[in-house]
Design a protein around this ligand. Structure first.
Ligand code: BDR
Ligand code: CA
Length: 310
């Protein structure tokens, strides 16, 4: 299996991504690194362990990472995820303690000790931990297999400001460093994730799996992003982060292009915008594979089938 580290700020959709990874024999989760994002770090680090316990996988270490973005004050998203970050399901104190050591050190150590180009970083939150790891240990860039991240948007616009997506907006300097690091990146933007909607029929199918993980996820999804329905009249909300894991398992369900992506860090109005050269109108070099579309039925078939295995 492909070795992955999941860097995350759970978040119900982060939880869905973690579960999909745990349920998939193609992947081996070597560790989870928590970052501040949807909710503060203490909570994301706790939530990651709750998700592991729900899945019976408390053997996977969880490391706490950055408490705040590189240069800015933390912006959170309780309006999407609720006060705990995992509202919707009954929460508990996980038996698993946090692993000792900092998430950034774990990322560096793992990349230095595992065989070259064997480890993939899955980034589901602000890119603070990953940017810190590259800054502290530039040698790891060449050892990484790739980064697959959820973040940004281009034709679709933003979800935290009119022009920025949450993960990039929270730490635009970190995002700029990661996109500038010269590593292979696959990006799942809002243009894709806004197509994978947690419709009532899909959530009911997931619940019908009957196992603990599927029921917990269905409970979370009945809370998560439901404001989309009230505000936009959609059936369900976008399930962003699991697209990262789905791409590693079945990339054929996505289309996309290799493009140049730059991050806006200067403007107040468009801070955190991902400037994607989709039409190749600059001569800036490609630095990412940017997903453009997804077969959302195939995505949910995969998610529902896999979560039944947990
Ligand atoms: C991203 O922001 C968070 O709220 C979600 O977990 C996802 O990673 C979507 O913009
Ligand atoms: Ca997230």
């Amino acid at each position: 299996p492909r070795k992955i580290i999941i860097d995350t700020d759970p978040g119900q959709d982060d939880a869905a991504a973690i579960m999909l990874a745990l349920a998939s024999p193609e992947l081996e989760v070597v560790g989870i690194t928590a970052v501040a994002g949807n909710v503060p770090l203490a909570r994301t680090a706790l939530n990651a362990r709750i998700v592991l316990e729900i899945c019976g996988r408390a053997d996977i270490p969880v490391f706490a990472g950055a408490e705040a973005p590189l240069k800015r004050k933390l912006v959170t998203a309780e309006h999407v995820h609720g006060k705990t970050g995992l509202d919707g399901v009954e929460l508990f104190d996980p038996a698993q303690p946090l692993a000792s050591g900092h998430a950034v050190d774990f990322i560096i150590e793992t990349l230095r000790t595992e065989p070259e180009k064997s480890v993939t970083l899955c980034a589901l939150g602000p890119l603070t931990n990953i940017a810190m790891a590259f800054a502290r240990a530039p040698d790891i860039a060449a050892r990484l297999r790739q980064i697959v991240l959820m973040g940004g948007g281009y034709f679709e616009g933003g979800n935290i400001t009119p022009s920025a997506e949450f993960n990039i907006y929270v730490d635009p300097e970190a995002a700029a460093a990661v996109f500038g690091a010269g590593v292979p990146i696959t990006m799942m933007p809002l243009d894709v994730t806004h197509k994978v909607l947690t419709t009532r029929v899909r959530v009911a199918r997931l619940r019908a799996n009957g196992n603990r993980a599927s029921r917990a996820m269905a409970d979370m999804l009945e809370f998560y992003e439901r404001f989309d329905e009230r505000k936009y009249g959609t059936d369900g909300g976008p399930l962003h982060d699991p697209t990262v894991i789905a791409w590693l398992i079945d990339p054929e369900m996505f289309s996309g292009r290799h493009c140049n992506v730059e991050i806006e860090t200067g403007s107040d109005l468009t801070l955190g915008a991902t400037v994607v050269d989709w039409w190749n109108v600059t001569d800036r070099p490609d630095n990412a594979f940017v997903a453009g579309d997804v077969d959302s039925d195939r995505f949910f078939d995969l998610l529902i089938e896999r979560l039944a295995r947990l």
